[in-house]
Structures are given as structure tokens and as C-alpha cells.
Ligand binder design. Structure first.
Ligand code: C5P
Length: 217
């Protein structure tokens, strides 16, 4: 595993905004994450640009579809220079196996429960407690042999014995009163076993980007 622990989420509307922001980042100190908004808006040229700049890239499209479709999608992703990509664990064992079959050198990360969900959501969606539903999904992750999981820092202690890579969004050193419900500070998340933390708005919207990166590294 690389020594980089901070993944900066490049949640921008377009290429220009992204490239202006990326000028503040050092490829040796962070991984960059390209998500749905930017990838849908600008496509593969974003990945080519970041790759040429020397960045390690996490392509976060959270695939969730029938196994054949996911297999073909991961095959396409494997043509890009990306090191990690995401699928939803809720897609089930066969879908994850189909992703694994096509992944080449890419690490497949399984999204457990989104950090914007809490116990009231899992009750409504699955008639289940949050922790029980989380553990069901982690059992799927283990059986299907994904490389890692995406989870909130609150669940890290339930994974302390797990060899899975732990990638943790929902990181807030200050309360931004936004859509993230299960948040934790960067130092707590690292202390609780996060291999990587994913940080978007606290860095991208910061008045002082360099200081924010230091604070979250
Ligand atoms: O701006 P913020 O720090 O909330 O960004 C978090 C990033 O992590 C977003 O790009 C979001 O899509 C992603 N993410 C998440 N929760 C997950 C998986 C990914 O917030 N469970």
C-alpha cells in the first residue's frame, strides 16, 4: 500500500474548476477521487489529465447493476489508469464476483452503507438495525473477496480484525451542517484504523487549501 492516506474528492462541475483546484495538490501526498458528477460531465479526459500529472486515481462510480453489466463496466474501467474503484456491496456476491473477474490491477472497494444514511434509514429500507445491516454487508464483502470497503468512521471498530482495506468518507474536523450524518474527525478516523480517509468539501471549499490538506493528512 502507498504511504498516502488522504483521498481528496474532486467533486467539481467541470474540467476547468477541477484543473484549477488540482494545481494546489501534490501527487506525492494524496490520492484523487473522481466521482459521478465530474465523470458524467467530462468523461475520460479527466482521468487522462490526472494521470499525466502523476496522480493515483480512485474512480468512484459506485456500480450497482446485474453481474454482466458490472463485469463489462469494470472491464472498461480497467482500461484507464486508476488504482481503485467502487461497487455497492448490496449488489450481492455474484455481482461482486463479476467485478473481480474484470478488475485487472484495480482494487475493488465495496460501499457498505452510505455515510449519509443512519439507523432510521436502515429501518425504513431493510427493517434492520444499522449495525446488523452493516455486518450483513461486511459478510458479503468477505465472502466475495473484495479488496476493501468504504464505510463511515463509526463502523471502523467493528472491522478492527478485518484484513480489508478501510476507506472512510464522512470526515469533518468542523461541523459543516451538510448531508453527511455519520462523521468523525480525521485524527479519530486514522486512530480507529482507516487506511484512507476521503475528504471533499472541507478541502475543496476551504479558503486555504494548503492548510486544509495539512490538517487532514
Ligand atoms: O464533501 P465530502 O467530504 O462530504 O465528500 C465525501 C465524498 O465521499 C463524496 O465524493 C461522496 O460521494 C463520497 N462518499 C461518501 N459516502 C460513501 C461513499 C463515498 O460520502 N459511503
Amino acid at each position: 500500500m502507498s504511504s498516502k492516506r488522504l483521498i481528496v474528492a474532486l467533486d467539481f462541475e467541470n474540467f476547468d474548476e477541477m484543473s484549477k483546484f488540482v494545481a494546489h495538490l501534490d501527487p506525492n501526498s494524496c490520492v484523487v477521487k473522481v466521482g459521478l458528477q465530474l465523470f458524467i460531465a467530462e468523461g475520460a479526459k479527466v482521468l487522462d489529465f490526472l494521470s499525466l500529472k502523476g496522480f493515483e486515481i480512485f474512480l468512484d462510480l459506485k456500480l450497482h447493476d446485474i453481474p454482466n453489466t458490472v463485469n463489462k463496466a469494470v472491464q472498461e474501467i480497467s482500461r484507464f489508469n486508476v488504482s481503485m474503484t467502487t461497487i455497492h456491496l448490496q449488489g450481492g456476491i455474484e455481482m461482486i464476483a463479476a467485478a473481480n473477474e474484470a478488475k485487472a490491477n484495480i482494487k475493488i472497494l465495496g460501499v457498505s452503507l452510505l455515510t449519509s444514511l443512519d439507523g432510521s434509514d436502515t429501518k425504513m429500507l431493510y427493517s434492520n438495525d444499522f449495525d446488523k445491516q452493516f455486518n450483513n454487508l461486511i459478510a458479503v464483502a468477505k465472502n466475495a473477496e473484495v479488496d476493501g470497503v468504504v464505510c463511515s468512521s463509526k463502523e471502523l471498530l467493528m472491522l478492527s480484525d478485518s484484513p480489508l482495506l478501510k476507506v472512510v468518507p464522512g470526515i469533518r474536523n468542523q461541523n459543516l451542517l451538510d448531508d453527511q450524518k455519520r462523521t468523525m474527525t480525521s485524527s479519530e478516523a486514522y486512530k480507529n484504523g482507516a487506511d484512507y480517509i476521503v475528504v471533499g468539501r472541507p478541502i475543496t471549499q476551504s479558503a486555504n487549501i494548503k492548510d486544509a490538506i495539512k490538517e487532514y493528512s
